[in-house]
Design a protein around this ligand. Sequence first.
Ligand code: FAD
Length: 420
Amino acid sequence: MENYDIVVIGGGPAGLAAAVSARENGIDRIIILERDKELGGILNQCIHNGFGLHTFREELTGPEYAGRFIQQAAKRNIEYKLNTMVMDISWDKVVTAMNREEGVFEIRAKAVILAMGCRERARGALNIPGYRPAGIFSAGTAQRLVNMEGYLPGREVVILGSGDIGLIMARRMTLEGASVKVVAELMPYSGGLKRNIVQCLDDYGIPLKLSHTVIDIKGKERVEGITLAEVDCKGRPIPGTEESYSCDTLLLSVGLIPENELSQGMGVELNPVTSGPRVNESLETNIEGVFACGNVLHVHDLVDFVSEEAEAAGKNAAAYVLDRRIECTDRITLKAETGVRYTVPETICPGRMEEKMKVRFRVGKVYQNCYISVYFDDERMIHRKKRIVAPGEMEEITLTKEQLLAYPRMKEITVKVEEA
Ligand SMILES: Cc1cc2nc3c(=O)[nH]c(=O)nc-3n(C[C@H](O)[C@H](O)[C@H](O)COP(=O)(O)OP(=O)(O)OC[C@H]3O[C@@H](n4cnc5c(N)ncnc54)[C@H](O)[C@@H]3O)c2cc1C
């Protein structure tokens, strides 16, 4: 069995940035295991621009952004194996993987960084009545077909779900010559970034129907049309609001699910809200020496934040391997309350945290003219006015070590939305 200091599972932007950072922080024996035929993860199929504004102060395409990190990894001679599927990780960090050349093999790691990304929620999870004709794709699959394989999945398209991938595919399909009839969204607000609604729908005259869902799919061999209906506040279709659209393709963009089967298998505790591991200030899971970053931890809307988070995970994994960590004596719990669905991380050890630390979270619905408030036990420490917050946009607050050390007996930090 081979031994490595750090094994990184997944060679997407999170895995790459974590590996580069671990190397920069003094680790020699690092390996990235990637099941695909190339590094870069899902960014390889995101050929539109808009990536890297925060990280590189430039507007890059997805492959260009991934390319920057692939170059950084190559410059540091970071080892990787492609076409290599990780099948199991034991609680004591033995990684079992397989590929065509070596068959099944095992690697013993001192630390593991989980960076497996996420997958799209499929139609099966939606319970739409009707036959199962050809022409129903997840938006990500359609993105891969159009941008990487050179196929156009259809000519008349309806999109269900207004997450970022759905919005981006509305524009992409239009640019490729298809007619996108409508984007329907079950919730009364879009799940995507405001900038994507403007640039991908409004600029192309594609209607967005909020509080609408697909209630029927017509066609036996191939999709021939769909029926939309408005829904009430409980998501139930309202009789009499049905509208028919003829189309040959239905794209589903109905949410992403972090890929945590491996994590669960090794005993990593998951947060039921994010479906990602519960982590502390070091992005370390409940298993010592096992770290998580990127979309496997919680679904991000901007890859720049994935890279930032992964850099921290790599640095913390290096400190663990090199036994450079400060003993953790006190732990503060972070609580998500009124309007805030979750926080990453969920606990903080003030002695171990960086001088400044970002806490990221999402809200459960749209709030206008509200405040994001942070309480140290019962004392309000942050009260930041926001014109609008929405579930589609990740929020963050910054905590400093100095602030936390000034409250040595603090047990809880609460993050909540307060309406004006
Ligand atoms: C379909 C889709 C389209 C997207 N489009 C955009 C966009 O346009 N703009 C944007 O900012 N963000 C987009 N995102 C979000 C984007 O994915 C993230 O910002 C970023 O790519 C997440 O990086 P990651 O490394 O965490 O995950 P990924 O990029 O998904 O990388 C995870 C890697 O882990 C590998 N892996 C998983 N399991 C295993 C295993 N068992 N063994 C070995 N390897 C494994 C995967 O093959 C993959 O390469 C999109 C996401 C999806 C799913």
